[in-house]
Design a binder for this molecule. Structure first.
Ligand code: AAT
Length: 285
């Protein structure tokens, strides 16, 4: 490989293929208690956060993922007030959720406080999320945190890293059961579910877990140019069978979207996110 490039190689999750970014400078590198953290200055896509060699975000395209992970569940719920984000130590999803008028409190549980500190220092456009008075940070393992919560949240978003290392248990059925307990009646979950474009086409484990535990579940996706395969999926689920995730119950106005600097999400793209190619649609119903 050419010198000066970061390549996101991971034989376990995406064997034989990777995305590379030309790097101008390694701004920071350390081993935290949980993972290897790197902040890179890329040549063309702003700063990038890398955990254990896997790309979490670049400044260039982070808005696509943060907005969709926040607004898909928010706009599917009639009156979301109390929300929880698991992971998301960059502050990006908190930033987006704080824009939503009905949201009163945002709990964010991140395992690694070094991610939070480094994003405050190097990626302030995302860490600005922590400045909002609605946001309360808990530095804890999201799985353990969930074991202690009951009937508390309208929405739970799992913005976790990939299913290797500290995030592995956030993809398991037990975790989905814990989320169900932590939700209020009519509550909704939205979980990062890896990507649909896999070499061996198998249904997403997260979808199966969500369907089994909640009954009503749907798979959507968002375009993230710098993520493997250029997109990432999310699973939305609820025990309320009447929620149709494809049809937002709150249609955000053009004025709201414009004045809040929302650049990817729109009511149209909300519905479109759940329209899957035939090959995949068969797997998720
Ligand atoms: N907002 C997009 C960036 C992320 S960050 C995922 C965060 O999850 C990281 O900060 C990591 O420290 C945190 N995390 C991992 N395991 C746990 C856990 N058990 N409890 C709480 N937080 C955890 C998501 C990127 C998606 C990558 C796609 N390839």
């Amino acid at each position: 490989l050419k010198e000066g490039w970061f390549s996101e190689i991971c034989d376990h999750l995406w064997d034989g293929v990777c995305i590379s970014l030309k790097v101008d400078k390694v701004l920071h590198a350390e081993h935290s208690k949980y993972q290897e953290i790197m902040v890179l200055q890329t040549k063309c896509h702003g700063r990038a956060l890398v955990l254990d060699g896997l790309l979490q975000l670049t400044e260039f395209d982070e808005f696509t993922y943060q907005e969709m992970m926040a607004f898909l569940p928010l706009c599917s719920h009639p009156n979301p007030k109390n929300v929880l984000i698991v992971g998301g130590g960059d502050g990006g999803i908190a930033r987006e959720m704080a824009k939503y008028p009905t949201v009163e409190s945002i709990h964010l549980v991140e395992i690694d406080d070094r991610v939070v500190e480094l994003c405050k220092k190097y990626i302030p456009s995302m860490a600005v999320g922590f400045d909002n008075p609605k946001v309360q940070l808990f530095v804890e393992d999201g799985f353990k945190f969930m074991q202690q919560r009951q009937n508390q949240y309208d929405i739970i978003i799992t913005d976790s890293s990939d299913p290797v290392g500290p995030a592995e248990k956030l993809f398991q059925e037990t975790y989905f059961k814990l989320m169900k307990t932590a939700l209020k009646a009519g509550g909704i979950i939205c979980a990062q579910a890896s990507f649909i474009w896999q070499k061996d086409v198998t249904p997403l484990g997260s979808y199966n877990n969500a369907k089994k535990v909640f009954g009503n579940a749907a798979v959507g996706y968002v375009v993230v140019p710098n993520y493997p395969t250029g997109q990432i999926s999310m699973v939305l689920a609820s025990t309320d069978p009447n929620i149709d995730f494809k049809k937002p119950c709150n249609i955000l106005s053009e004025e709201f979207l414009e004045s809040n600097n929302i650049q990817y999400y729109s009511p149209e793209i909300h519905s479109a996110a759940f329209v899957l190619p035939r090959k995949f649609k068969k797997l998720y119903n």
